[in-house]
Design a protein around this ligand. Sequence first.
Ligand code: FMN
Length: 337
Amino acid sequence: MPTITDEWMIGDVKIANRIVVAPMAGISNPAFRGICRSFHPGLVYTEMISDKALYFRNEKTLKMTAMEDNDHPLAMQIFGHDTATMVAAARFLDTQTQCDIIDVNMGCPVNKVIKAKAGSYLMREEAHTVAMMREVVQAVHKPVTVKMRIGFDVEHCNCVTLAQKLESIGVKAIAVHGRTRSQMYEGRADWSYIKKVKEACSIPIIGNGDIRIVHDAQRMLEETHCDAVMIGRGLLGNPWLIAQCSAYLKNETMLPMPTLHERFELVRLHAHRLCEEKGEIVGMREMRGHAAWYVKGLPRSHKLKQALTMITTMAELDQLLSEYECQMADEESFDQV
Ligand SMILES: Cc1cc2nc3c(=O)[nH]c(=O)nc-3n(C[C@H](O)[C@H](O)[C@H](O)COP(=O)(O)O)c2cc1C
């Protein structure tokens, strides 16, 4: 099994370790990516970006390509179906952004995307998809990667053949989420397909699905021999998992959980960055979900969690967190009497 310190490559892009932050629509903006970066993952993805919206230079979509100077290495993900607009979108990312890798979404299961024959629908049309990807790869200088599911449904698990074809036309790495499109996000991810794709391909394979604790990351690397593990939902409210996985994979060190103060300082920082990026109204609305994830599992946090889902200002957030910290400190000193 590769060790966490082993550097690896996607095309000519160096990746420092085996932990990858998954693309998540509505989540993976520069603020969230910045928070994740502070725990030193090897690679981070953006959320998916519409090829057509990029092609038409939609203002809101162009903002999705913004990135901080230290946001490297970054895979920027596009989704679409038509060769011409996918090539144009890839060219835009290649020449007009500082991203390191161009990733194509072949995993999104939502109806709106499937109706447009994009996302995981592409797995149903191997011939078109491979022909389209050949054009995309040839149109750009940056490495092109793909993120796919194991297939569209249980009768059509074609990830191995599709991955082999994509490798043959120059795709430089593939992330495999161990579910079919029909499963959406339900059931358990089937990692055996990640192993099969790894055995069938020479390019790096990134395993994805259901990594929630450090032992999951280690088990996926051991069971599938994948080159890196990609974590999505496990990082919501718990970006510490990145550093915990790194330390554990390096020398089986278990890093301590963050203290309440550390946790809340990160919540404040995340909120601050979101507000800077989107303004306080939108930023705090987006922060509600994150804040609730950050306090999940804390003792007697039910009321706090409820209050956090309604915050509208940074000051409100700060006050709620401070009150909870005081309450916990009081309880602790009471316990010590
Ligand atoms: C809210 C949310 C948004 C997502 N958006 C994307 C996306 O934009 N592109 C993509 O390839 N996958 C997307 N995914 C899928 C994740 O990248 C990942 O494949 C999936 O959540 C399984 O990994 P996990 O069990 O570690 O969460 C999304 C998942 C979630 C929960």
